[in-house]
Design a protein around this ligand. Structure first.
Ligand code: GDP
Length: 195
């Protein structure tokens, strides 16, 4: 897909701040530092549009990136800050739960994991939580450039097994370094966006 236009259209905490359109939305979730901003920037051909990790203590927001006036990427703040205070974690949970529960425009959630490692406890919890809300998930295993090709399949099976991934959820390779997987992922995203 050729991205000709991409911009941060809305920053929201509450539903009345979400975009007032019917465009399909694809959310992105992942533990902090997994490579989520790099993923967004690579997919939309913009080097610095999505910011790297929202730090604890900063306001946690849902960032709606409008792409080609066709769909939104919704950047969900990263999870897995061991030291984040409980009140902040709870606010994060409420914000995301509200969004997941009340947004018919949301067509799928891309959960980004690191191809190099088995999923963390937080990755597993997030995946279960998304399935609890009956979300269509696309698991993206990023940083593929850091693992030799011959080992990709083995790492993918470990991730699928540890997550207890549903057969109906695709798992796909990606690298923000080499753009590996980019076109195939766009196809998948457009497919779910059209449902
Ligand atoms: P975020 O916190 O999830 O948004 O993570 P970032 O996108 O900021 O990435 C965290 C670090 O991983 C940065 O140093 C990135 O340059 C690096 N990174 C992200 N994606 C890739 C990738 O596909 N390959 C490699 N080699 N490094 C990556």
């Amino acid at each position: 897909m050729k991205v000709t236009k991409a911009e941060l259209a809305k920053v929201a905490v509450k539903p009345d701040q979400y975009p007032d359109t019917q465009l399909p939305e694809i959310a992105l979730s992942g533990r902090s530092n997994v490579g989520k901003s790099s993923f967004i920037n690579k997919m939309i051909n913009r080097k610095g549009l999505a910011r790297t990790s929202q730090k604890p203590g900063k306001t946690q927001t849902l960032n709606f990136y409008e792409v080609n006036e066709q769909l939104y990427f919704v950047d969900v703040p990263g999870y897995g800050f061991a030291k984040v205070p409980k009140t902040e974690r709870e606010a994060w949970g409420r914000m995301i739960e509200t969004y997941l529960q009340n947004r018919p425009q949301l067509k799928a959630v891309i959960q980004i994991v690191d191809l190099r490692h088995p999923p963390s406890a937080d990755d597993k919890m997030m995946y279960n939580w998304l399935k609890h809300f009956d979300m269509q998930v696309i698991v993206v295993a990023t940083k593929a450039d850091k693992i030799p090709k011959g080992k990709w399949q083995k790492h993918l099976s470990i991730i699928s097994k540890d997550l207890q991934k549903d057969e109906s959820d695709p798992i796909m390779l990606f690298s923000a370094e080499t753009a590996h997987g980019k076109e195939e992922l766009w196809k998948k995203i457009l497919y779910y966006a059209s449902m």
